[in-house]
Design a protein around this ligand. Structure first.
Ligand SMILES: C[S@@+](CC[C@H](N)C(=O)[O-])C[C@H]1O[C@@H](n2cnc3c(N)ncnc32)[C@H](O)[C@@H]1O
Length: 260
């Protein structure tokens, strides 16, 4: 298992680390997809964090309304796109705004949430420090924020960032038809600002935004080459080595869990 990074090892950060360890954190990419929601549930339970904000929730929020009710969560969904929010189920508060806008804290409510999180959103935000500053503003004291995002310099994301949007869109939509604009999982333009799993690149930005502690969990591997025989096996072997040696520069995904 790769050691998760703990900044300022305060009791709060140690708690977060324990929660993730108890969930069985390994640094393989399957785990990060399957365990984001359980991590949020466990954090909510462990700390009594009831008022949730999902940023960039889109059409597919993490929790269905009946799950939220069962867990006793009061969830607000945010997205920059009214269209995406309209496709999300009803039964939540819905707030349309750009999370980086200077107006976002007033629109969403200062100090109004205990837990704010996003999944596959950070890479689409051109000004990630502004996003984290606004998240800090909308969290209550002691609030927690999570982000789950793809990281550079994993090959598929590096190519996506370097290629013109039209070219990367064509390739992705050819390999995965569900990523077309009218599909179930459309592609959004990606910038990968601050999309790294290394402490040095993330921690200063979080501290400046107003967070006191953070845990960064790296993950290696992805499904992008699963349909290309040969390449699939080569990249799987490379990712296994990278994972064993904790090569953060080539991780594929990360969780950041930050405490205000
Ligand atoms: C790849 S989708 C992920 C949707 C959802 N979180 C999920 O995991 O299925 C990215 C979402 O982020 C939203 N988004 C992009 N930039 C945003 C911003 N600046 N503020 C709020 N939402 C944003 C997009 O509209 C889109 O719904």
């Amino acid at each position: 298992m790769t050691d998760a990074l703990v900044l300022n090892a305060s009791p709060a950060a140690a708690d977060i680390r324990k929660i993730v360890a108890d969930l069985g954190y390994p640094s393989h990419w399957h785990w990060c997809w399957e365990n984001y929601k359980p991590t949020i549930i466990e954090l909510s339970r462990n700390r009594g964090l009831r008022r949730h904000l999902e940023i960039g929730a889109g059409r597919d929020p993490l929790f269905q309304p009946d799950e939220a009710a069962e867990l006793g969560l009061d969830i607000t969904l945010n997205d920059i796109s009214a269209h995406e929010l309209a496709l999300a189920p009803s039964g939540y508060g819905k707030m349309e705004c750009d999370i980086t806008s200077p107006r976002a804290p007033d629109i969403l409510g200062r100090g109004k949430y205990d837990l704010a999180y996003c999944r596959m959103v950070m890479e689409h935000v051109p000004d990630v420090p502004a996003m984290w500053r606004n998240i800090a503003e909308v969290l209550a004291p002691g609030g927690v924020a999570l982000s789950f995002f793809p990281t550079l310099y994993a090959l598929p994301y590096t190519l996506n960032r370097l290629m013109p949007e039209r070219m990367s869109r064509f390739i992705l939509e050819t390999l995965f038809p569900e990523r077309k604009p009218d599909g179930d999982d459309p592609k959004f333009p990606a910038y990968y600002d601050h999309c790294f799993s290394s402490e040095g690149k993330i921690a200063p930005m979080l501290h400046q935004a107003g967070f006191s502690d953070a845990v960064v969990l790296p993950f290696w591997g992805y499904a992008y080459f699963s349909k290309i025989p040969g390449v699939k096996q080569i990249y799987a072997a490379f990712n296994r080595v990278a994972e064993r040696r904790d090569w953060r520069a080539v991780s594929s995904f990360a969780y950041v869990i930050a405490t205000k």
